[in-house]
Design a protein around this ligand. Structure first.
Ligand SMILES: NC(=O)c1ccc[n+]([C@@H]2O[C@H](COP(=O)([O-])OP(=O)(O)OC[C@H]3O[C@@H](n4cnc5c(N)ncnc54)[C@H](O)[C@@H]3O)[C@@H](O)[C@H]2O)c1
Ligand SMILES: O=C(O)C[C@H](O)C(=O)O
Length: 344
């Protein structure tokens, strides 16, 4: 299948062999919904998901523009249904969806923090999560909307309120940080980004993003100013794009790539593939004793979502400091999200 091969090359180079196996025998049907499909991320993400041979049906929802995106994407010569839904058809869009990706909400402009988006995006995400709780409570929910450190707790608390929260099935998408880290490291080491993979833990904003360079063989020797520089670049990579777009939004294309890769990992887990390990911001016991009960670290995915949460592993003295700086901010962001749902 041509699109399957292209997708495998573009989005999932590590998984080419699995694609070949499954694209010929794609027996399992998986409906994937994108909420916010008309936006800067939603459109290219919908395109990439349409090319994923594990997606048998694509449901595109937005308060504006989704039918147009669906009509456009549906002309790609791969099997599988594509439907676009307008504002008053959210329930239909969600019906039967096994995986729901949420890039709905406003992006940053220069000078803003992700937390500045809270006032607008918190209620968008909460209302979408309420609808999911009612219509498709078993779905795996992948949250892209910022501030991720708060929107994921909002989704979790909304589902909890409705009595349907399963911590194995709610994910904050932090894979763009991992993509950036590999890319930025490869620019220093002159190696392929595939050989420059960096574990990134914590949350998804500024100092809550904690890159663990000491765990990457090709990064171990980076020290001093070079170390400070790459850490700052990974933590504030989003700002580079916001600044360059100069008021026209934040990362969309790289996010669509990272989101499609993460969705593919979830779909592999659903299909029972083994050793599907990828970072995600999930309900986590790792630092719960310090009041931080959502945290991004490597998680192992399976048919029910998160099967296992990996510990952060050995940290260097610098990384201990980065983690110490992360936890208080992350705690505040998480509490803000929970309080928003509690007071509604
Ligand atoms: N997790 C990450 O790493 C990451 C990376 C980049 C961007 N983001 C975030 O993703 C979000 C979207 O960014 P974008 O650039 O696509 O923005 P955008 O403005 O281009 O698109 C957002 C879309 O959401 C839609 N929308 C608004 N309210 C909605 C609702 N109630 N239901 C459904 N759709 C709704 C809008 O109509 C729009 O089409 C932002 O919050 C941004 O900060 C996260
Ligand atoms: O920077 C942003 O606001 C968008 C996103 O979170 C990113 O990391 O690119």
């Amino acid at each position: 299948m041509f699109a399957g091969r292209i997708f495998a090359r573009l989005v999932a180079p590590a998984f080419v062999s699995q694609f070949r196996t499954f694209s010929s025998s794609a027996a399992r049907q998986t409906k994937v919904a994108v909420l916010g499909a008309g936006g800067g991320i939603g459109q290219p993400l919908s395109l990439l998901l349409k090319m994923d041979p594990f997606v048998s049906s694509l449901s595109l929802y937005d308060i504006r523009g989704a039918p147009g995106v669906a009509a456009d994407v549906s002309h790609i010569d791969v099997t599988g249904a594509v439907r676009g839904y307008t504002a008053d058809h959210l329930d239909e869009a969600l019906d039967g969806a096994e995986v729901i990706v949420i890039p709905a909400g406003v992006p940053r402009k220069p000078g803003m923090t992700r937390d500045d988006l809270f006032n607008t995006n918190a209620s968008i995400v909460r209302d979408l999560a309420s609808a999911i709780a009612r219509v498709s409570p078993q779905a795996h929910i992948l949250v892209i909307s910022n501030p991720v450190n708060s929107t994921v707790p909002i989704v979790a608390a909304t589902l909890e309120k409705a009595g349907v929260f399963d911590p194995r099935r709610v994910f904050g998408v932090t894979s763009l940080d991992v993509s950036r880290a590999a890319r930025f490291l490869s620019e220093i080491t002159a190696k392929d980004p595939k050989e420059s993979v960096v574990t990134v833990v914590g949350g998804h904003s500024g100092v809550t993003i904690v890159p663990l360079l000491s765990q990457s063989p090709s990064a171990k020797d980076i020290s001093g100013e070079a170390y400070e520089k790459i850490i700052h670049r990974i933590q504030f990579g989003g700002d580079e794009v916001v600044k360059a777009k100069d008021g026209a939004g934040s990362a969309t294309l790289s996010m669509a790539y990272a989101g499609a890769r993460f969705t593919h990992a979830v779909l592999r887990g659903l299909r029972g593939h083994k050793n599907v390990i990828t970072p995600s911001f999930v309900k986590s016991p790792l630092f719960a004793d310090q009041g931080v009960d959502f945290f991004s670290s490597k998680v192992e995915l399976g048919p029910n979502g998160v099967e296992k949460i990996h510990p952060v592993g050995d940290l260097s003295a610098e990384e201990e400091k980065l983690l110490a700086a992360c936890l208080p901010d992350l705690k505040k962001n998480i509490e803000k999200g929970k309080a928003f749902v509690a007071q509604a």
